[in-house]
Design a protein around this ligand. Sequence first.
Ligand code: FAD
Ligand code: GLY
Length: 393
Amino acid sequence: MSARDPLDAVVVGGGVIGLSIGWRAACSGLAVAVIDPTPGHGSTWAAAGMLGPVGEAHFGEDRLALLNVAAARQWPAFARDLEEASNRAIGYVASGTVLAAMDASDRRVIDDVLTFQTDLGLSPRRLSSRECRELEPLLSPGVVGGAEFPDDHQVDNRLIVDALLAASDRSGVTVIIDEVSAVNSKDGRVTGVTLRNGGTLDSGAVVVAAGCWSGGLGGLPHQVIPPVRPVKGLTLRVRASKGTPVLTRIVRGLVHGKSCYLVPREDGTVVIGATMEEKGFDLTVQVGSVHDLLRDARAVIPAIDEYELIETTTGLRPGSPDNAPLIGRTSMEGLFMATGHYRNGILLAPVTADAVVSLLDGKGVSDVIGSFGPDRFDSQQVGPPSGPVGVGT
Ligand code: FAD
Ligand code: GLY
């Protein structure tokens, strides 16, 4: 497919971030192309689709937690707009989340986290063991207590890919199935990109949204290479057989110090996640990881013993040195970053897309996102990672 000429912007990478930017940019009247060899099949495909600003609030990440809360507030309107623009459902479900502890020390960890979250102005609710099981009857009788995150919801990350591709098509985005080998520039200004299969696209604006592969693009001057790395995660998909009881909400578990989660979809499948592995660009599904994840998930929800295991998938989260995204202008004129979304790229897609489109329009961004500019790492560059652009198994 060829792009409309001339292009206002080229987006490198068509995961949830790049596709959201492309669609929103086209809605604001920009001529835009999104380039990806396998759109939607990077980390986005492996994800669980939790929109969990409270469940994902960790010690030392106060600013990120506030960004995540702002992102979650944007989701209902984004979901409505996307469903309307694509004429497809995306499985946004406002079910809330319950967090369950399996022993006294897990309970203490949860209590500490609740104090931190409450100090941030978030709204978790401490629960007794009985209250946990009232909220989610399938929880193990061994649960010793926990918490409720009433505003942590979910969306179906795979349905979002379908919807974003449909909405992009309807709004005039050119989606090109190819890989960008290099960002082109002249006299310190972006001029476009070179494609792996030959040819170039001219544009005065290029947005790098290539997830954990963003640092490996050719043509980037040393000082603007984003310090992102792959953080492997395994998710399992299981399905309740006919007559088996089903989960009613997202369940997070803390099982003797290890975290897991179960996310029930409207179609009866449950996504179980996830490992966190620093193994470079490796996508192997390892027996030990499947075993550990199932062991912990079964401890929290014993009923999954009766479920059918239908899929094992690995993906590579785009991790950054401070676990927060890199969103904004770089020191190279016309070059923008939208990467490093790590554990929250689905949650952060709407807020990222709106910020990037605002910058492409020559406007500014709000304070809550302004402190996540890529320039915060300008003096910390550690060298580009590289690895095959991969699809989850
Ligand atoms: P990706 O989805 O990885 O997309 C990057 C794209 O760039 C790919 O499609 C790739 O083909 C393309 N690309 C790479 N190089 C090039 C090139 N040279 N030219 C063109 N294209 C290129 N987030 C949440 O918010 N909620 C969750 O519940 C959640 N669960 C997760 C569970 C797991 C197991 C994992 C692995 C991640 C999870 N995440 C979750 C994180 C989320 O998946 C990511 O943060 C998000 O998908 C990042 O989106 P992205 O578009 O930046 O990257
Ligand atoms: N946010 C869930 C995960 O990254 O596994």
